[in-house]
Design a protein around this ligand. Structure first.
Ligand code: SF4
Length: 134
């Protein structure tokens, strides 16, 4: 039996409403929400394929860190500590102008808001951009 779970498409900031179809614990399909005020029973091509990324074998499911030129799996604590050390080192040598941040339409509005706050107040840079900036 297929269960349908109402959610929001994560591919862009339009925020279309859709259902993910779940069978035996796996997401197997996507369909539009008839009553959603934005999408009104429509999805673009990306939205119709939303379910394909969830179980894709190439999807990153754990942090990776580079060691001797090769990527290896790491814990979140290690990856975040490495990232923080890299930010700190860059800030010391170049200031905020040495750093830049790329936001994503796959994040929620709230996450993108937090990212620009993080860039401006913690990293002290205005170098922030977003893939949906047209
Ligand atoms: S269905 Fe298309 S337009 Fe709607 S949120 Fe997803 S990517 Fe954006």
């Amino acid at each position: 039996m297929t269960e349908r779970v109402l959610t929001t498409c994560v591919y862009c900031g339009c925020g279309c409403g859709c259902y993910l179809h779940v069978e035996e614990g796996r997401v197997v399909g996507t369909s539009p929400s008839r009553n959603h005020p934005i999408s009104r029973h429509n999805l673009c091509l990306k939205g119709w394929h939303l379910h394909e990324l969830i179980h894709h074998p190439d999807r990153l499911t754990t942090p990776l860190v580079r060691e001797d030129g090769r990527l290896r799996e790491a814990t979140w604590d290690e990856a975040l500590a490495r990232a923080a050390a890299g930010f700190r080192e860059c800030l010391e040598h170049h200031g905020g102008r040495g750093l830049g941040v790329l936001a994503s339409a796959k994040c929620t509005n709230e996450e993108n808001y937090l990212l620009q706050k993080f860039a401006r107040t913690v990293l002290r840079t205005n170098n922030i951009d977003h893939c949906a900036r047209l």
